[in-house]
Design a protein around this ligand. Structure first.
Ligand SMILES: NC(=O)c1ccc[n+]([C@@H]2O[C@H](COP(=O)([O-])OP(=O)(O)OC[C@H]3O[C@@H](n4cnc5c(N)ncnc54)[C@H](O)[C@@H]3O)[C@@H](O)[C@H]2O)c1
Length: 250
């Protein structure tokens, strides 16, 4: 039985909770949300009031669906005890957090997992990692996703993934995930566009190297949270299943 702790009980957290509970070989070990009242609808024995209390239940894996601050705050104590799967990969743009994660994983033989989230094709990007000369991603969403009310197409950011992740940490997990699989946060170029004509979250990736070039286009349906594509929970659950089975590509 794989015991899973969950941090964040919002759009993605609730979906993962539901899917995990439907699996015979998985069980929820604990759920933590910074807003306690959000946990009112679940069995009170599963709700904990801190990540530390949750970790005392010895989960095999903790899943973060809360935000980059949660990764920054809890990665160290979680990876000290067990594996950690994060949706908020933009936390890796903070050098201190990334270095701390590498150290604690090496010391405790634990792993950090990053699902492909709202994009696809990370297996291909990873395969050519050593041969990449150029990687670009353009992310376009309806202004609502950025909490804006633009009436026309507006470029919000253009620059490196590291800089973008620090300026828009809640919206650029995709470029951080792409960077982690490819040529890193400093060399990956990111453009973020707010476009009122769009109903879907659109991501276009271009990669070039000695192998040739490829493009990946995703037009994801937003979930209840307009910032979040429904693909994010789908890919996270798929990765949880592969970790449990111990096979497949991570
Ligand atoms: N990798 C990707 O492609 C991708 C795609 C979508 C979302 N995300 C990430 O996943 C996260 C969750 O997305 P969502 O749509 O479920 O968001 P949401 O806003 O619907 O839910 C987030 C939940 O986490 C809780 N929370 C916030 N900070 C916390 C903390 N420090 N500790 C514990 N709980 C905390 C909130 O109270 C809320 O219930 C986002 O913040 C984003 O960073 C990643």
């Amino acid at each position: 039985m794989m015991k899973i702790g969950l941090i964040g009980f919002g759009t993605i957290g609730k979906e993962l909770f539901r899917q995990i509970q439907n699996e015979e070989e998985m069980e929820i070990s604990f759920v933590f949300d910074i807003e306690k009242e959000k946990l009112g609808e679940i069995d009170s024995s599963l709700a904990v009031d801190s990540v530390e209390t949750g970790l005392e239940r010895n989960p095999d894996l903790v899943v973060e669906a809360a935000g980059f601050e949660a990764v920054k705050e809890y990665a160290k104590i979680i990876l000290h005890k067990c594996d950690f799967l994060i949706l908020s990969s933009s936390a890796l743009a903070f050098e201190e957090t990334e270095n701390e994660i590498k150290k604690v994983c090496a010391r405790n033989n634990t792993k950090l997992f990053i699902p492909s989230g709202a994009i696809i094709g990370m297996d291909g990007v990873r395969a050519v990692k050593g041969e990449l000369d150029e990687v670009r991603i353009e992310s376009k969403k309806n202004p609502k996703a950025f909490g804006r009310e633009d009436r026309k197409r507006t470029v919000l950011f253009e620059g490196s993934a590291r800089e973008g992740a620090k300026k828009f940490p809640k919206n650029v997990n995709v470029s951080a995930t792409l960077s982690a699989n490819g040529i890193g946060l400093d060399k990956t170029n990111v453009k973020i566009v707010s476009d009122p004509s769009l109903e879907r979250n659109c991501h276009s990736i271009y990669a070039k190297g000695s192998f040739g070039e490829f493009e990946i286009h995703v037009r994801g349906v937003p979930s209840k949270n307009p910032k979040t594509s429904s693909l994010a929970a789908i890919s996270a659950f798929d990765l949880i299943k592969r970790i449990k089975d111990g096979i497949g590509i991570y």
